[in-house]
Design a protein around this ligand. Sequence first.
Ligand code: PMV
Length: 336
Amino acid sequence: MKTSDRALGVQNQTYWAQAGTNIALIKYWGKRDEVLKLPFNSSLSITLDRFYTQMGVTLDETLPYDQVFINGTQADQEKGQRLVNFLNLVRDLSGIRSRVRVESLSHVPIGAGFASSASAFAALAGAVNEAFKLGLTLKEVTMLARQGSGSAARSIYGGFNVWHKGERTDGTDSYGEQILEAKAWPLCILSVVVSTKQKEISSSEGMKRTVLTSPLYEAWLKQVPKDFQMALRAIENRDFEALGNLIEANAMLMHATMLGARPPILYMNESTLSIWSCVQNLRKAGYMVYATIDAGPNLKLLTRECDREQIEKSLMAMECVKEIMVCRPGKGLILL
Ligand code: PMV
């Protein structure tokens, strides 16, 4: 192979990969490094079976510039740029300078409160590892995915995952790791949609403002490692009640830090709170169900199959509930 050929890699072959999105049980909120996407705290999540992104990557030097298609349509400037920045990183890593076509097929509902960027960058990291012949191990792929979207580090593996915050400034110890396979604990995750409106403050912006201005952020950083350790133990012991109580407390503490930001950040709305209180009442009535909320008004409920139907029925009777989607622990990165 000539040097110039080597610099272009394998041309015109499309490499496809897929990854499920994930939902955090112990949340990530705040970056210690914006560029490398290094978090202040470790987090823990479940990769979901039902919602995923497929990514196709083709090296094609004849293109005038990198092309990004999302569900068949050329991506807007902002989304496209984020992917091109990631491709630049991969070009630097591989020494291959070719232009690239990226096709993204999203099976993540928009506006329902799932971070589609987690599954997108997890699938993309898997696909570029093949297309650019990077030869990365899965652990290294989690670190590459992290640089596209932090929480993507938790979507490389299926089932239950942690994203270690790491200590080093170069990010080499900030990676995703599976702690339990999907089938080892078949819980149900109900996504309860109350609004599909685009949020006004992105999670990235929200994190930045919270870190810089919330006097409660210190308290978050003190508590979250304890929650993380207790959640690990609860998962190890399959202690559903302990895990449920932890995810509720952890989500509310994260939202409290945001409420303490200047100006305050409020992602919840009145429907969020109605459902939150319905969940508490369902528990009083003997159903095992716990809620968590990310950077938006929609909720994710953790429950077990034996209680699922009744919980769905009670929630669907509420006027503010637009839709309920049932997910279970699923697969991470798959090469197609
Ligand atoms: O990965 P991002 O930038 O979408 O941030 C995710 C933030 C939360 O969803 C609120 C928490 C988490 O750990 O997923």
